[in-house]
Design a protein around this ligand. Structure first.
Ligand code: NAP
Ligand code: F7E
Length: 331
């Protein structure tokens, strides 16, 4: 039975990747950091099928010990401080986790077993102020946030350890991918959840920032399959995963409200607080290499994605909001 270790298993992607790897017959070890309250919501349904172990990307020794004890065949490094606005308010922490955390894991692999295959969760945020449209594996980087800068470091240190020490290390440059398990602070989930609350009479407005930014949005379960495919190849390499389509935030909002029969202009309030010090205006990926070499492609369209997210939040909120109010997140 192949064994995979996932950092960030409590996050959106970690939980879907765990589901996927269990289906493939893997033994799954999920690394979680200690917190004062347990946050296993996304992995509750598979808790008895996986091993949950304590470790932190900020702590080198914890990573070495975990690899020594569990001896995984594959490590998926999905842990990160992943919210762009927080990277502006906590840039040094973001660098420690999202950038140096990658080196800590790569060094742990180098020390314990150089044959462990490694996946690094790189991001389209590295392209930032884009140098070409669409963006592919060869497009130069120009990050626009401390998060993007940290991801550029994580990408290059992955390439460097592959070239320097012969590690089977892959960097997946993933464009935005969403789902009903997305954190409430990210735009698509904030909109889906906000629309559902308005539809159910639990709120009467939705406060947002820049509606003109364009993103290439896909469905998260498609993307975790791509991560796994990268580690099954004969040679390690870097791949873009994207849909190849771009849409504005405004389009996302319009479709979400229209799906429940409402006009977004009656409810959306623009709040400058949600504007960023520097914005990434346009992202659209070219997934040709992944299509040709991995046989990967996305399966859920933009419109389907928006609608399934709104439906999931409507379903979740019906009846339970009075008993368990949603957390008041205002970032
Ligand atoms: P997410 O939901 O924010 O999950 C991040 C995970 O990292 C959580 O499990 C979190 O644990 C964990 N973590 C944070 N700091 C840690 C630390 N110091 N030590 C150990 N674990 C730590 O992110 P996601 O959307 O699943 O994304 C997964 C990865 O892909 C991230 O690296 C992200 O930057 C990258 N990425 C995401 C996208 C996207 O569109 N989703 C696109 C490109 C790249 P807690 O639960 O304890 O906070
Ligand atoms: O913002 C605009 C905002 O926070 C999308 C992360 O997973 O994907 C994600 O980064 C766009 C931006 O994601 C609000 O200005 C408008 O242009 O959903 P987001 P992101 O910054 O693109 C990449 C690939 C990652 O790697 C990251 O980890 O929406 N926007 N109004 C808003 N965004 C938020 N969050 N909230 C608003 O009110």
């Amino acid at each position: 039975m192949p064994k995979a270790m996932i950092t960030g298993i409590t996050g959106q992607d970690g939980s879907y990747l765990a589901d996927f790897l269990l289906e493939q017959g893997y033994e799954v070890i999920g690394v979680v950091r200690r917190s004062s309250t347990v946050n296993f919501d996304r992995i509750e349904h598979i808790q008895d099928k996986i091993s949950i172990v304590q470790g932190d990307l900020l702590d080198q020794v914890s990573l070495i010990h975990l690899l020594q004890e569990y001896r995984p065949d594959e490590v998926y490094n999905l842990a990160a401080q992943s919210f762009v606005p927080t990277s502006f308010s906590q840039p040094a922490l973001t660098g420690e986790v999202t950038a140096l955390g990658v080196t800590r894991m790569l060094d742990a692999i180098r020390i314990v077993d150089k044959h462990i295959r490694f996946y690094q969760a790189s991001s389209s945020e590295m392209f930032g102020k884009v140098r070409e449209v669409p963006q592919n594996e060869k497009t130069p980087f120009h990050p626009r946030s401390p998060y993007g800068v940290a991801k550029v470091y994580g990408h290059w240190i992955t390439v460097n350890y592959r070239e320097s020490y012969g590690l089977f290390a892959c960097s997946g440059i993933l464009f935005n991918h969403e789902s009903p398990r997305r954190g409430l602070e990210f735009l698509p989930r904030k909109v889906a959840h906000g629309v559902a609350r308005i539809k159910l009479g639990l709120a009467n407005e939705l406060r947002l920032g820049n509606l003109e930014a364009r993103r290439d949005w896909g469905y998260a379960p498609d993307y975790v399959r791509g991560m796994w495919l990268m580690l099954q190849q004969d040679e390690p390499d870097d791949y873009v995963l994207a849909t190849g389509e771009t849409h504005t935030v405004r389009e996302f909002v319009e479709i979400a409200f229209a799906h429940v029969g409402l006009d977004w202009q009656d409810y959306v309030v623009i709040d400058p607080k949600y504007y960023r010090p520097a914005e990434v205006d346009l992202l659209v990926g070219d997934p040709s290499k992944a299509r040709e070499k991995l046989g990967w492609r996305h399966s859920v369209s933009f419109e389907e994605l928006v609608q399934l997210m709104v439906d999931a939040d409507l379903e979740r909120l019906k009846g339970v909001e009075q008993l368990h109010p949603s957390p008041n997140i205002d970032w």
